[in-house]
Write a protein that binds this ligand. Structure first.
Ligand code: RTP
Ligand code: MG
Length: 148
């Protein structure tokens, strides 16, 4: 089963959007297998956004993502990497469709509420950067045995 790394960025945490965002992925039917509220150390932020090291906005990006707590998550499900990116919407909120997270809540490209892995390789890399194996919980949904 596929897994992805999603993160409510500092602006999303400040704006009390953790519950709204978790709720969207829950209602879609994906399974939460790991989550934590954390302050990202600078070195981890630089590793996480390593692909953008040469970009002019790299410094701002690292400053922003370390400016306050983030809510880091691992979600599981069929095609969760691509589907989560669809649910997030375009990087720049001005281009993000209504109904997507960035379309509904994002204001600027720098403060676009959520991060999501963009490929299986980046998902594996980012999950490994943020979570230890023991922090990821494998479990079966038993609801069909409890509800009629
Ligand atoms: P993310 O990695 O955060 O999920 O976003 P993304 O894949 O949609 O976009 P990416 O190209 O990976 O860019 C990473 C983050 O950098 C910020 N950014 N700023 N000032 C700018 O022109 C600019 N371009 C990108 C955004 O916050 C973007 O999410
Ligand atoms: Mg990206």
């Amino acid at each position: 089963m596929e897994r992805t790394f999603l993160m409510v960025k500092p602006d999303g945490v400040q704006r009390n959007l953790i519950g709204e965002i978790v709720s969207r992925f829950e209602k879609k039917g994906f399974q939460l297998v790991g989550a934590k509220l954390m302050h990202i150390p600078t070195e981890l932020a630089e590793q996480h956004y390593g692909e953008h090291k040469e970009r002019p906005f790299f410094g701002e990006l690292v400053d922003f993502i370390t400016s306050g707590p983030v809510f880091a998550m691992v979600w599981e499900g069929e095609n969760v990497i691509a589907t989560a990116r669809q649910m997030m919407g375009s990087t720049n909120p001005k281009d993000a469709a209504p109904g997507t997270i960035r379309g509904d809540f994002g204001l600027t490209v720098g403060k676009n509420v959520i991060h999501g892995s963009d490929s299986p390789a980046s998902a594996a890399r980012e999950i490994g950067l943020f979570f230890k194996e023991a922090e990821l919980v494998e479990y079966k949904k038993l609801v069909n045995e409890w509800v009629y």
